[in-house]
Design a protein around this ligand. Structure first.
Ligand code: FMN
Length: 171
């Protein structure tokens, strides 16, 4: 399958990037095609709610920022993986922005399955992120293949790697 991983942490060698990389390695080993985009390196503004896209824009966003390079990748993806550190008890803003900018097309055209990879310092801080993720899966009519979280003492461990491999095995 064609898999797109949106990696939201600005720390290129951090915990979330590691989780995204482990997912990529396992998915490629299983024969999938994987693209990882570090969305924290892109300039993606929040939605303006101007409704241009639902009128004159005919599905195109009025804002011509780096979201332009993500729209085609989102349109092609069959599996969408969100990889995000927890910032203030929810998905980091770098992941929220591209999701909310999908408003112009409502849903990614071909996404059938989704997964969530999340890292945090503390335990028990995932309720906001996981609730949002489940709502989005429902809204986009995509199967939730699962969620892997890694708090401080679970980061970059063999146990977390195995959980990520199990997620990939659900594709
Ligand atoms: C702005 C900011 C907010 C954070 N908020 C939380 C939080 O609410 N709960 C928590 O457990 N960790 C929080 N953290 C810690 C990160 O989630 C944690 O260090 C995570 O593993 C970082 O992932 P990374 O290495 O991929 O950047 C926060 C970190 C930053 C920079």
């Amino acid at each position: 399958m064609n898999i797109l991983i949106l990696q939201g942490s600005p720390r290129a060698k951090g915990n979330t990037a590691w989780m995204a990389e482990e997912y990529k390695k396992a998915a490629e080993a299983a024969g999938h095609q994987v693209t990882v985009v570090n969305v924290s390196r892109l300039k993606i503004a929040g939605c303006l709610a101007c409704e241009y896209c639902h009128g004159k824009g005919n599905g195109a966003c009025v804002q011509k920022d780096d979201m332009q390079e993500l729209y085609p990748l989102m349109a092609q993806a069959e599996v969408l993986v969100l990889a995000a550190p927890i910032y203030y008890f929810t998905l980091c803003a770098q992941i929220q922005a591209p999701i909310q900018r999908m408003y112009c097309v409502n849903a990614p055209a071909n996404v059938k399955k989704m997964a969530l990879l999340c890292s945090s310092y503390s335990p028990d801080v995932y309720d906001g992120a996981t609730a949002e993720f489940r709502y989005i899966c429902n809204y986009w009519n995509a199967e939730n293949t699962g969620i892997v979280t890694a708090k401080n003492d679970e980061q970059k461990t063999e146990a977390t790697k195995q959980k990520i491999i199990e997620l990939v095995n659900k594709l």
